[in-house]
Design a protein around this ligand. Structure first.
Ligand SMILES: Nc1ncnc2c1ncn2[C@@H]1O[C@H](COP(=O)(O)OP(=O)(O)O)[C@@H](O)[C@H]1O
Ligand SMILES: [Mg+2]
Length: 288
């Protein structure tokens, strides 16, 4: 449970500016079906259990599914926010362990290509969540659409999900390449999902670094791996997180370990800043 008293202490009151820093992580992959949404949902729950206040933003704006994955029934979504019908705080639905979700809406084509104005509106809204969370986890769509690139650049950290599948590696490379060459992103964190074992996961990571080191000026940090686990498939079917359905499973342990790793300071993470930073960074991007 979240300590209420702690929640009410603003940085001014505690004199601890670091406490206000919101960690923003965008989860992206290039290829679809590699497990991004599962990573977001389970990582969010694991981080919340570790004492963080986590808000998930479902930024797969055309095909939302974090809510479906967790069996939630949101009444409002980002679509309503973009239409000016409610604020982002009004859309929050509570999920397992007390995580909160800003749902996207499925099946609205207009959301797959946001205008510049809509993006800025969205960031202003996201900025208003500052103080309400410690971690903002953003699930993005497949491919390298403007929406995906937008969220990946706005967040402090991009967690790239790959699988040992060669096409996943190719697509992850394409994503890193466009973020590096067009948006000057330099640091990426890489999670290998659906690996058979540690050896295969490390091999996958090495394959990716071999090409990025050769052709791009970027640094990749290995965040570990989540094994291919039938319990994940079953959890998806039952609309539960694997952490809840099978807490003793290999995948659940991997997500708990990942949460600890993501919370620990790592060199690859961009300079500190709160959601304000998220906003400003984007404005700087627009100007450039
Ligand atoms: N670690 C895993 N082990 C086994 N199956 C997995 C794992 N991660 C994901 N999957 C399977 O892959 C499917 C797609 O995952 P999803 O998170 O929806 O991918 P994405 O969001 O990247 O499109 C899931 O429905 C699940 O069946
Ligand atoms: Mg998804």
């Amino acid at each position: 449970m979240v300590d209420r008293a702690e929640e009410l202490n603003t940085p001014e009151e505690t004199g601890d500016v670091g406490a206000a820093v919101v960690q923003t992580i965008a989860v992206a992959s290039g290829k679809g079906g590699v497990g991004k949404t599962n990573v977001v949902a389970n990582l969010a729950i694991a981080m919340q259990r570790a004492g963080k206040r986590v808000i998930v933003i479902d930024a797969d704006l055309g095909l939302a599914n974090v809510d479906t994955l967790l069996g939630l029934n949101p009444t409002a979504s980002l679509r309503n926010v973009l239409r000016g019908e409610c604020s982002i705080a009004d859309t929050l639905v509570e999920g397992p362990a007390g995580i909160r979700l800003v749902p996207a809406a499925s099946g609205f084509e207009e959301l797959t290509q946001l205008s510049q104005e809509q993006r800025l509106q969205l960031l202003g809204e996201v900025d208003s969540l500052e103080g309400a969370c410690d971690v903002l986890l953003i699930d993005t769509g497949a491919g390298i659409s403007q929406n995906v690139l937008f969220f990946a650049t706005a967040a402090q950290e991009t967690l790239v999900v790959v699988t040992p599948d060669p096409t996943s590696l190719t697509d992850a490379y394409a994503l890193v390449k466009v973020l590096a060459t067009r948006y000057a992103e330099r640091e990426f964190t890489v999670l290998v999902n659906m690996a058979r074992n540690d050896w295969e996961a490390r091999k996958t990571f090495t394959q990716l670094t071999r090409v990025t080191e050769r052709f791009l000026n970027v640094g990749l940090t290995y965040a570990g791996f989540v094994p291919h686990d039938a319990e994940v498939v079953e959890a998806v079917r039952r609309q539960q997180s694997v952490l809840d359905l099978a807490p003793g499973s290999a995948a659940a342990s991997a997500f708990t370990a990942l949460a600890a790793r993501m919370a620990a300071p790592r060199e690859a993470v961009a300079p500190k800043g709160g959601l304000q930073f998220f906003f400003q960074r984007l404005l700087a991007g627009q100007a450039g």
